[in-house]
Design a protein around this ligand. Sequence first.
Ligand code: ATP
Length: 271
Amino acid sequence: SKAKLFDEKKDIKTSFKDVAGLEGAKEEVQEIVDFLKKPEKYTSLGGKIPKGALLVGPPGTGKTLLAKAVAGEANVPFFSLSGSDFVEMFVGVGASRVRDLFKQAKDKSPSIIFIDEIDAIGRSRGKNNMSGSNDERENTLNQLLTEMDGFGTNTNVIVLAATNRADVLDKALMRAGRFDRQIYVDLPDLNERKEIFEVHLRPLKKVADELDTDFLAKQTPGFSGADIANVCNEAALVAARKGHIAVGRQDFLDAVDRIIGGLEKKNKIMT
Ligand code: ATP
């Protein structure tokens, strides 16, 4: 059987309503939604629509979610792949995979291409070459640059890429006509954590009346959106296990403890 080269999603239901906080980033990607929906409006005076934007920020802050919401809002197909997948691939496959991806996306334009963990293929060339030959990765990166340069001005495919290591990226990626826009997606502040809790409490069947998202936000400094989604899910499981009829304050506190325990373990392994 042939390995799947990339993922294609149609009729995406994700919208900006699913993305809590991140007002600045949402404003910036709103423009991309408009480019996809009404390209003529923008090109009428000779301006060129950007081909790519880089979403930069720590893990779990909603970069993938935001990219998906752009596709959902613009009602266009979403083609995605992860840079880290290339690491496990056979030699010679990376470049052709990129070629196929862009061909499909162009055939179905307007569309979005999303490349998660672009640093896995987009690390600056010739540096950090500790694992022996990096030819395969370089070929893949070169193909990506070639594809972006080859886009006509009216292709109407926009490439979004995510990274938490913008500092290691090859400068060639950021050149004009490539990923020349950077959009920052930061860890949520107190108020944003509150909003993220509100989004992730919605799917829970029954939440105790005394539960207050302000309190939860205060208990979770440094948590990402992904951590908060995790807390809400974990709290529902804890509550169900204990036979509670609703998810209550203590269930959330237990869940927060668990997630903090998990984060501490992860940090220990990493350092
Ligand atoms: P990574 O860098 O690890 O790929 P990411 O920035 O792409 O992370 P996502 O995959 O978008 O993060 O986030 C994971 C999950 O966390 C989302 O599917 C969502 O459930 C939740 N989440 C993260 N940020 C937010 C947010 N701002 N609003 C609501 N939910 C969020």
